[in-house]
Design a protein around this ligand. Structure first.
Ligand SMILES: [Zn+2]
Length: 91
């Protein structure tokens, strides 16, 4: 039995999206797209995320029944995580 699982831990490491001027910004320097962060569910539906206010991220469709899979940048299609200290807001 393998007791050293560093490979999968590194694979799960997603950089958190940045918050700049009230917009979610892709953390990858060669992309840095603004307001392109989306939620992906297991059926590959997407949910647009925008900053609503300090510490609040608005979920575009307001569908809280999403079977959450991950977050990614719609511009460069790479996985990201959400910035610390923010809560998701469903309209
Ligand atoms: Zn990007």
């Amino acid at each position: 039995m393998a007791d050293n699982d560093l490979t999968s831990a590194a694979f799960d490491d997603k950089p958190p999206a940045l918050v700049r001027d009230g917009k979610l910004v892709c953390p990858y320097r060669d992309c840095a797209a603004e307001d392109q962060i989306i939620e992906i569910d297991v059926a590959t539906r997407t949910n647009e995320l925008t900053i609503e206010g300090p510490g609040r991220i608005k979920v575009g469709l307001g569908d809280g029944r999403f079977d959450h899979e991950c977050y990614e940048c719609a511009q460069c299609v790479r996985p990201v995580s959400l910035p610390d200290g923010h809560e998701l807001v469903y309209p």
